[in-house]
Design a binder for this molecule. Structure first.
Ligand code: SF4
Length: 166
């Protein structure tokens, strides 16, 4: 039997690519060891794609005049929000059947990303890249690596990926 792999987008660091701010990665053993038998992963790192390089300063989300911005923690005047949004707007994924993003990331996080208001964090944000990507691809199943540890959420995600593929 030929095993045809389903194309799925993914945050590059989850595959073990050393693209994080500290030149590290967040290789996920279940994704790399198991899901990769069924999914053909197409990696995206929005922070590298907009030229931030590694190592790079750490960033977070802040709320400023009712708008959420992604800024360098040690220098909030360094604001990369528009560059991340522009990059996300340029990405079209007609062939992808799913997308796995890195939780808690100010760029890639799907939900519950920390947003700081006057230095107080609230877990109600969405990564800047992920927000645009999900808005532009409303039918694309999206999940975070952390939530894939839950059997019910994992099964639901895999089913939605295969439904879209078929
Ligand atoms: S979370 Fe997203 S932006 Fe951050 S290193 Fe991973 S792929 Fe790149």
């Amino acid at each position: 039997m030929i095993n045809i792999k389903v194309p799925v987008g993914i945050s590059s660091c989850l595959l073990g690519e050393p693209v994080r701010f500290d030149k590290g990665h967040k290789r996920d053993a279940y994704i790399v060891g198991t899901l990769s038998h069924y999914f053909y992963f197409r990696p995206f790192c929005p922070e590298m794609a907009i030229g931030l390089g590694e190592p790079r300063p750490t960033m977070h989300l802040i709320k400023k005049e009712d708008a959420v911005r992604c800024v360098v923690i040690k220098d909030p005047s360094h604001d990369v929000t528009d560059r991340l949004r522009d990059y996300a707007e340029q990405q079209h994924h007609p062939d992808l059947c799913g997308y796995i993003v890195k939780k808690d990331s100010p760029s890639c996080g799907m939900e519950r990303v920390k947003v700081f208001t006057n230095d107080i964090p609230h877990r109600d944000g969405v990564g800047i890249y992920a927000e645009v990507m999900m808005r532009n691809h409303p039918l694309l199943p999206v999940e975070e690596e952390g939530r894939l540890g839950d059997a019910g959420l994992r099964e639901n995600f895999i089913q939605r990926v295969y439904v879209l593929y078929r």
